[in-house]
Design a protein around this ligand. Structure first.
Ligand SMILES: Cc1cc2nc3c(=O)[nH]c(=O)nc-3n(C[C@H](O)[C@H](O)[C@H](O)COP(=O)(O)OP(=O)(O)OC[C@H]3O[C@@H](n4cnc5c(N)ncnc54)[C@H](O)[C@@H]3O)c2cc1C
Length: 469
């Protein structure tokens, strides 16, 4: 592989509208995503990763030309949405090109009758949601990163939003898509009501993290904005009582948009004064008023039967206002802290045991200050747990060791407990070593798919699958 990019002159001639950037800040800005480990490595080495060039298409034809050129020249290609990924899905080198999709940012159609909307893949999530809101609609997908992520990135990573318990995850929302394959062929998977035309090919592409091609257009299911919303908060005697409350709510057929259980450490941090050392439950019900009333009453009855104490609506309103404000990894490193989040999922019958196991083993790692957790996406059969670890970092080298140890401890515990190693951030580089443990022979199927679509291995190499021997 060359250490610089060649042949850009031909690409410029083939696709005159394509922006080709070979110098300046953009090369560094798009050189990596928000993975904590990349940031630590960049600080340790004093070098930020940079691609040889950044290609900025504004439409599918330009994107297709870029992928055709990459195939002809054998140049590695890294799709880039907004770079908010936290798993190492973008890590550029001088011999690669980044395809920055942010110029592909148009809403193409909003169909208020059939409740679906089509958008270019590089549109920022919050801009798309604002365009829907103006028409009295919502997508119902609100990841914490909605202002710093693209709709294409959501599909590429199989994202999940804060309101997922009611509206579903991204795979429940994507109705159809346009996807540009390596070599430039444009694949169109039409939006249908429901279809039995063999395996659903969209699912083969969702979660592929730029390794099979690039999403260019997406058609999503949308919803009318809800008539009524009501929040309620509770404290519960212990984490297991909170888990049991959530399980019974889901089993009872209730679907609050927001379901969150914070352990005592996180409840204390988010709701000082309310939790008094107890875990906290938050709910937001939305929809027709009669449904919201019935759901709120049912939730209160279930939680109080588990020993919960009502804490009113204010904690939910406060969470709604501040929910997307988080410190940057940079600022935490500046304070001498190594921090990351690890989201996994598991069936209800094992959830509390997994939480206890990871909290204990994570807490025993030397220099670990905190291993806390919350539940934020619920299903009838189980839920996610979102672990957060905070460790002190004597120096960057030791910080990297602690970081790897915390991940290793958590991945092993989840695998042994029979959970899934990733609920919604994807695999990237941080989890790829654990994929075989979870998918077994499925990894060979994935590799066969990759080899067949991308025989030269130029699509986001090193992401999702371990590099071939
Ligand atoms: C503060 C913070 C909060 C977060 N909260 C959430 C959350 O609530 N829920 C959640 O699910 N995630 C969350 N994330 C993670 C991140 O926002 C998601 O993974 C998001 O989907 C990434 O979108 P992006 O456009 O930034 O993608 P990028 O980071 O640019 O790319 C992510 C991966 O997808 C590939 N890719 C990007 N666009 C395309 C495309 N059009 N076609 C093919 N491949 C593509 C890239 O090559 C890369 O492998 C959070 C991250 C941060 C930093």
């Amino acid at each position: 592989m060359t250490e610089h990019v060649e042949g850009l002159g031909k690409l410029a001639a083939d696709a005159p509208g394509l922006e080709i950037v070979t110098e300046g800040e953009l090369l560094q800005e798009t050189g990596r995503d928000t993975w904590m480990r990349s940031l630590m490595q960049a600080r340790a080495s004093g070098r930020e990763p940079r691609a040889g060039a950044v290609l900025r298409p504004s439409n599918t034809a330009e994107l297709s030309a870029a992928l055709r050129w990459a195939g002809e020249t054998g140049t590695p290609v890294l799709p880039y949405g907004y770079g908010s990924g936290v798993c190492g899905g973008v890590l550029a080198s001088a011999g690669s090109v980044v395809i920055d999709l942010r110029r592909m940012d148009a809403v193409l159609n909003i169909d208020d009758v059939s409740l679906r909307a089509t958008v270019q893949a590089g549109m920022r999530g919050s801009d798309f949601e604002a365009a829907l809101n103006e028409r009295g609609l919502t997508m119902g997908h609100c990841p914490q990163s909605i202002e710093i992520s693209s709709v294409g990135g959501w599909c590429a990573t199989r994202a999940s939003g804060q309101f997922s318990t009611l509206y579903g995850n991204i795979e429940d929302m994507l109705l159809g898509c346009e996807f540009v394959l390596p070599g430039g062929t444009v694949l169109r998977l039409a939006s249908s009501t429901r279809s039995a035309t063999g395996p659903d090919l969209k699912h083969m592409l969702m979660g592929s993290e730029g390794t099979l091609g690039v999403f260019s257009e997406l058609t999503f299911r949308v919803h009318p904005l809800p008539d009524c919303k009501r929040g309620q908060a509770f404290t519960v005697p212990d984490f297991a009582a909170g888990v049991e409350s959530l399980r019974l709510i889901m089993r009872g057929g209730w679907r609050p948009a927001v379901t969150r259980l914070y352990d005592a450490a996180e409840a204390g941090r988010h709701f000082a004064g309310m939790a008094e050392g107890a875990p906290a439950l938050l709910f937001l019900s939305e929809g027709p008023e009669s449904l919201v009333q019935a759901e709120s009453a049912a939730i209160a009855a279930i939680v109080e039967a588990q020993g919960g104490t009502p804490r009113g609506e204010e904690p939910v309103l406060s969470w709604m206002e501040h929910r997307n404000q988080v410190p940057t990894f940079d600022s935490l490193l500046d304070q001498g802290l190594v921090v990351d989040t690890i989201e996994v999922a598991i069936a209800w019958d094992r959830l509390s045991a997994l939480y206890d196991d990871v909290s204990k083993k994570g807490g025993e790692i030397e220099d670990m200050l905190l291993m806390s957790g919350h539940v934020s996406h619920c299903y009838t059969h189980g839920a996610n747990i979102y672990f957060t670890f905070v460790a002190s970092q004597p120096d960057l080298e030791r910080g990297l060791e602690i970081y790897d140890r915390a991940w290793e401890t958590t991945m092993r515990a989840v695998h042994e407990a029979g959970g899934t190693i990733a609920h919604h951030h994807g695999i990237g580089r941080v989890r790829r070593g654990w994929l075989k443990a979870e998918l077994g022979e499925g990894v060979e199927l994935l590799r066969a798919l990759k080899d067949s679509l991308d025989p030269a291995g130029i699509m986001n190499p090193g992401v999702l699958l371990e590099p071939a021997e």
